[in-house]
Design a protein around this ligand. Structure first.
Ligand code: ADP
Ligand code: MG
Length: 225
């Protein structure tokens, strides 16, 4: 049976600014993300990876073309639960402890406090982070903070998990642990995963390679292992 199409991108371009100053960040992009996909979005700096990731997340709108989320819903159904994004800096909320940080999106989805807390603790335990539950963000290493950000992203069971250079500020070892967390989180929730990365060691752990050059996207390639 064909896997559910989660995102359908058709003839999309995104231009910033207008007139002679305009920058075409993404152009002529047509692609599909299906349930279970594990995609590495690779390409040099400035090639349009972040712009495309924001479009896939519904955080930005195309200048031309269309994006639909047939397996998820309309643009208003994407947040705070169904599409989750992990950014390069983990951006935890400083005065909240780890459990409260992970519960935050659930509370924004109007979950009951006790339910939000229980689901946050489940997400932390599933990623091997239970012992960090009562720490404050300032007490975490960069790698720990980023794994907590992954737990926060998946606590609400997203259908699509997007990560923008999630290992960009980490050493190899801490970065590998964050990739472990992303893969474990995607397996646990059944979410499709897209990881935007410069690092070939990160890309090699995923299943499909999407390469961008100057705003254009090449046909996907299977990643050999
Ligand atoms: P990548 O993530 O691959 O480094 P980006 O998507 O960030 O690439 O950027 C692609 C191009 O679009 C770059 O030339 C960048 O300078 C430009 N760009 C990205 N965001 C903006 C913005 N908000 N305003 C103007 N130009 C932008
Ligand atoms: Mg980028």
């Amino acid at each position: 049976m064909a896997r559910t199409v989660l995102v359908d991108v058709s003839g999309v371009a995104r231009t910033f600014g207008r007139g002679p100053e305009a920058v075409v960040a993404v152009h002529d992009v047509t692609c599909t993300i299906r349930a279970g996909d594990r995609i590495a979005l690779v390409g040099p700096s400035g090639s349009g990876k972040t712009t495309l990731l924001h479009l896939l997340a519904g955080l930005d709108q195309p200048t031309t073309g269309s994006i639909e989320w047939p397996g998820i819903g309309g643009p208003n159904d994407l947040r705070p639960g169904a599409v989750a994004v992990v950014f390069q800096a983990p951006s935890l909320v400083p005065p909240l402890d780890v459990t409260e940080n992970v519960a935050l999106p659930l509370l924004l989805s109007r979950a009951d406090r006790a339910v939000a807390r229980a689901r946050a603790l489940d997400a932390l335990a599933a990623l091997g982070l239970a012992e960090l539950a009562t720490r404050l963000p300032e007490e975490l290493s960069g790698g720990q903070a980023q794994r907590v950000a992954v737990a926060r992203a998946v606590a609400a069971d997203p259908k699509l998990l997007l990560a923008d250079e999630p290992t960009g500020q980490l050493d190899h070892h801490a970065g590998a642990a964050v990739v472990d967390a992303l893969l474990a989180a995607a397996d646990r929730t059944g979410a499709a995963l897209v990881v935007n990365t410069h690092d070939p060691a990160v890309a090699d752990r995923l299943g499909l390679r999407w390469s961008m050059t100057d705003g254009g996207l090449r046909a996907p390639e299977l990643i050999e292992r």
